[in-house]
Design a protein around this ligand. Sequence first.
Ligand code: ADP
Ligand code: ZN
Length: 763
Amino acid sequence: MSDIELRARFVEVALPVPLRRRFTYALPDGIAVPAIGSRVAVPFHGRKLAGFVLGHPERAPEGVKVIKPVAGVLDAEPLFPEELLRFLAEAADYYLHPIGEVLRAAAPAMATEALRDLRSEGFLDRGESLGGAAVATKRALFVRASGTAHEGRLGRKQQAVMALLIERVEISADELRAHVGAPRAVLRGLEKRGLVVLEEREVLADPFFASEVAPDVPPALNEAQARAVDGLVRALDGAGGTHLLHGVTGSGKTEVYLRVIAEAQARARGALLLVPEIALTPQLVWRFRARFGDRIAVLHSGLTDKERHLAWRGLRSGELRVAVGARSALFAPVPALGVIVVDEEHDPSFKQEEGFRYHARDLAILRAHRAGAVCILGSATPSLESFHRATDAPAGHRFELAELPSRATAQALPPVEVVDLRRYGAGPSGHPLITGPLHRGLERCLSEGGQAILFLNRRGFSPSLRCGACGELMQCPACSVSLTEHRRAGALRCHYCDYSTPITLECPRCKRHALEPLGLGTERLEDTLAEAFAPAKVARLDRDTAAGGRAIEAVLERLRRREVDVLVGTQMVTKGHDIPGVTLVGVVLADQSLAFPDFRASERTFQLLSQVAGRAGRGDRAGRVVLQTFQPEHPAIVYAERHDYVGFYRAELEHRRELGYAPFGRLVAVRVDAGDEGRAREVASELARLASRHAAVRRELVAVLGPAPAPIARLRARFRFRFLLRGADRRALRAVARVIADRIDEGLGAARAHVDVDPVAML
Ligand code: ADP
Ligand code: ZN
C-alpha cells in the first residue's frame, strides 16, 4: 500500500446521480482504505448509495463544513482496472456526462447473494442495484400451442394469443402481455380448453453456449486477407493505431479478425469484439467458439446478473482473454488489451441513445489508443467519417486502410436490378409492392430451389389508418406519430410508446366506420407471399416475431436448414447473415429510409441496401437482387446498384462539405422536453440564447441551429424541442456545450434537457 493510501483520511467518490461532480467522504478509523476503482457504500440525501472510489485526497475540499463518513467498503479488490477507470473518466468528460452514471453503466451487477448480504447489513438500501444493464434471473411462464384444433368460440384476446402461437412455437407470458395485453387469466382459460400448455421455468441459460461447437480448421488466407493480417499484426507488435478494414460483404473480414485475435492471444494479450446486435449474429459467436473454444466471454442483455458477474470476474482474473458483445461490451475489463474490433462500424446501434449517450465505435478508438492496442474498424460500407479519416485526413490524424476488394467465396457480388415503382404496379399477386419483375424473380428463385430474403422496413400490417370519410389519421394519444395496424394481434399500436388499442373501423372523429389501411407492412407482405407462392414456406423476422435472442436465432436456423423458403423482414434481415441457399434478395421499397429527416438518411440507405444485397449468392450459386424504388436516380440507389462504395462516398462527401456536416463539422444536439408545450419551448429558447451569447458563437466558430420542435414533436405525452450546435473547431464547440450542460445541471423545473455530443438519432 502506498504512502498516500496509508495516510488517506478522505475518499473522492463518483455517485450514480445526474450531477457532473465528485463527492468527498471521510474514512472512519479502523476501516481499510479502499483502493481506487473499488466500490463503497455512502450516505446521500438520506439514502445509501454505492459509489466508486476515484481518489484519496489528503484534505477536505474548501468551504465544506460537514463531511459524512463512508458506511462500508464493498469490494476488497478494485472492480475496475486502472486502464479502464481512466478511460471511463475521459469518456464521461467527453460526453459531458456524470462519471458516477458512466461507471455504473460500465460495471456488472454484483452477484445477487453479495447484494443481499450488503442490504441486510444496512450497507445499501433496498432496490439499489450496483450494476449496469443487468437483467435479473427470475422464474418465467411460457406458453406453447398444444396442437389441438379450436373448439367453441374464443375471446378476442384468446384469438390474438393463438394467432401469435402460430408464428412462434413458444412465447413467454410477459411477451404476450406486452404484445396482446393478455393477462394470465386469458392463458389459464386457453389451458383449460386444452389449446395451450403452460410451463414455468427459470430464464434463461445463456443461449450462446447452449450447444457444442466443433473446432474449425482455419482456411488458407487469400492474398488480400494475408496482406491485411500482416499489417495488423505488425501494428499489434508496434504502435497499435486505428485501422479501417474495408471489405465487401463476404470478403472474409471475420477471418481477418480471428487471425489477428489469435495472434494477440499468442502474445498473452486480450481482445474485444464489438458487434451491432449480438442476438442477430449468433453465427459470429459460433465462429469465435469454433476457433477459441469456450474461453470467451459473450456479453449480452440476456445474461443473468450471476452470469455477467462470472464473465466479469473471468476477464478480471485473466482467465478469459476474449470478450464479444454489443456496444456496452466495450467496458469489459479485458486484461492486457491488444485488439479491439468494431464489426460493421457504420451501424447506428453503436450509439447509445439514452442516459450515457456514447458512441461505442468512437470510444473503442479512444480505449485502444490509451491501452496501446490496435483498433480494427470493419465494414463493407464504412461511415463517411471513418472512410474520410482513412483516405483524406491529414497525416498523423489518419487511419490505416486495409481493403478486401472481392468475395472470399466462389461467387462475385450479385447483380442488382432496379425496378422503377413509378412504372411498375402490382404484379400477379395484386399486392402493390410485389411488381411483375419481383414476382418473376421470386418464381424463378423458388423453382430453382433457392431461398429469398425480402426487406421492407415497416412492421405491422399497415403502417397507419386513415378515415376515408373525413381524412382523420389514427394517431397515438401520447405521441405525434400514427398508429400501426397489427392485424394478427388485433391491435393498433404505437411504435414509440406502449400504447395499444383494439382494431376498430370507427373513426374517432366522425364516428363513421370508414377507417382504411394506408401503406404496407411486413405482416401484410408475409400474408400475400404465403398465398401467392404456396406451398413455399414464408417466415417473418421483425421486432414483433422476434422479441428475444432465442427467437431470432430460431428463425435464422430454420432458414439455414431450408425449412423456410422466403424470409420477410425489417432491418433485422439485412445484418450479417451468411446463408448459402439465399439466391434472391428483394428490396421491396428502398425509399423509406431516404425520407428520414436526418442528414445521414442517404448514407444509411446506401448502407442498408448494400448490406442486404450482400446476403445474396454467398454459397455455390450466384445471387441476384431486385431493388424497388420511386427514385431510381437517387445517388444512394445508383451507387448501391453498382456496388460502388467509393463512388457513393465521393458524391456524399461533396454534399456534406456544402452543408458543413460530418466529417467537416461536428454537432452537439441539445434536447428539451416537458409535459407542457410552452415550458418546453421556453426552456429550449433560454438554452439556445445562452449558447448564442457565448464568445465562440459570436466569433462564428460555432453556429446555433434552432430551436425548433423535434421531428417527433411529442413523445410519451411530452413535448420535445431541440437545437443543434455545429462547428468545425472541436474546442470551441465543447466550450459552448459545456456551458449548456452546466446550466442543465442547475435544474430546469418541470422540463428535462440533455446534451448529446456527436448525435446520431435526429428524431
Ligand atoms: P465478411 O465478414 O467480410 O462478410 P466472412 O468472414 O463471413 O465475410 O466470409 C464469408 C465466407 O467466406 C464465409 O463463409 C467464410 O468462411 C469464407 N471465407 C473467408 N475467408 C476465406 C478464405 N480465405 N478461403 C475460403 N473461404 C473463406
Ligand atoms: Zn405513443
